[in-house]
Design a protein around this ligand. Structure first.
Ligand SMILES: *Cc1c(COP(=O)(O)O)cnc(C)c1O
Length: 382
């Protein structure tokens, strides 16, 4: 009791194996001498374009920045509304505010944890111009439903695909169904850096060009009169969201093993599902689908907080993604929502628990987590 048996995330073995490749890429950066927004970032963008099939990849310094810059590049104007799911990471909604817009919440579907296309029309108003579906945990939201409803309502689709690297539907990678999407390379993500990094994905040259300028102080490279400052013109109020080349170096090495890592993640997920099926108290385990890529393994359980405390006491770290729905966050108190407005989102916050899942885990680790869960439910009084 008390000692750590299974940590929530660890990639030390991965780093041991990939170190020669990482080292080679880092030495390139050192020799080249450009540590921010340099050649290694460009090399990563090219590699990610090949991996995802995106025409353009714009590397930035976090998934959150990628969302803000994507919204601005896709034409979000001051006060424009964006429909977002009520259940997601905070950045899904705060990025809208940071880009100058206003998030409007809608409930999610129980199975996908993604936005329910059937709830979009009811919350869409005069000023609503975008919808931002989020692809959470291990699968895409109902993207066909969102696209159909968006066409009907005249909305532009931008995707919070921060968790969705590797997820594809009908051959299209997440983030490329509408005007664009994002990737997060936060260390625990499926493709994780050793610090913060992110990217915008898009097939639209105008979105790409604007995001490219915005990440670098709004430098579009326009010529003004006969001033020589061609590359340093501030055309847009941009930000400094350049990607570090050291992060790009690590990501390039890890990208070569991404598909293998995804296979490993899905086999560990399958072991969890098999072992947890029929355990009383475990209400729901994820159903594998063709678009499944297990970023995290999330189950729904009775007495979620007690189970989490029991696992923690037995050395198993878990996480709650996400404990408070977006419409009830203090930051959006002004929207006047109350408990009960979006029941599926609220239930997801109450009952979901993320179990450890990462390529360095062993099958023995999975078995240990499952044994501890069984002990909790089978060993306690009804
Ligand atoms: C991780 C994540 C983000 C933010 O990415 P960062 O790189 O941490 O800024 C946004 N949305 C979702 C759904 C995420 O999981």
């Amino acid at each position: 009791m008390g000692t750590l048996a299974v940590s929530f995330y660890n990639q030390s073995r991965t780093f041991g194996q990939l170190w020669p490749a990482i080292n080679r890429h880092i030495l390139d950066v050192m020799e080249n001498g450009k540590f921010s927004h340099g050649n290694k970032v460009a090399e990563l963008e090219t590699a990610l374009a090949a991996y995802t099939g995106a025409r353009y990849v714009v590397g930035v310094n976090s998934g959150t920045d990628a969302l803000v810059l994507l919204l601005r590049a896709a034409g979000l104007g001051q006060g424009d509304e964006v429909i977002v799911p009520a259940f997601s990471f905070g950045a899904t909604a705060t990025s809208v505010v940071l880009a100058g817009g206003r998030p409007v919440f809608a409930d999610i579907e129980q199975d996908s944890y993604g936005i329910d296309p059937g709830g979009m029309e009811a919350v869409a108003g005069e000023r609503t111009r975008f919808v931002m579906p989020t692809h959470l945990f291990s699968r895409l939201a109902d993207i066909d439903g969102v696209l159909a409803e968006s066409r009907r309502l005249g909305l532009t689709v931008v995707e919070d695909s921060a968790e969705a690297i590797g997820m594809r539907h009908r051959g299209t990678h997440a983030g490329l169904f509408g005007a664009g999407g994002v990737l997060s390379f936060f260390p625990t993500k499926t493709l994780g850096a050793v610090g913060d990094a992110g990217a915008v994905l898009t097939d639209d040259p105008r979105v790409a060009r604007t995001a490219d300028a915005l990440r670098h102080h709004g430098r579009l490279g326009d010529t003004i009169g006969n001033f020589p400052a061609i590359a340093t013109t501030t055309s847009l109020p941009g930000v400094n969201s350049k990607m570090d080349d050291i992060q790009a170096a690590v990501l390039l090495a890890k990208l070569t093993r991404l598909d293998e890592d995804i296979v490993r993640r899905s086999s560990l997920a399958a072991r969890y599902t098999e072992s947890l099926s029929g355990v009383p108290g475990v209400r729901k385990t994820p159903v594998p689908r063709p678009d499944s890529v297990f970023y995290v393994y999330v189950i729904e359980v009775d007495s979620r907080d007690d189970l989490a405390a029991h696992l923690s006491a037995n050395g198993v770290q878990t996480e709650i993604y996400y404990p408070v729905p977006l419409h009830l966050q203090p930051c959006f108190a002004g929207h006047g929502h109350r408990v009960g407005d979006f029941p599926n989102a609220e239930n997801a916050c109450r009952y979901t628990l993320a179990l450890p899942l990462y390529p360095d885990m062993t099958t023995g680790d999975v078995d240990q987590v499952c044994a501890s869960i069984r002990k909790f439910y089978c060993g306690r009084k009804a």
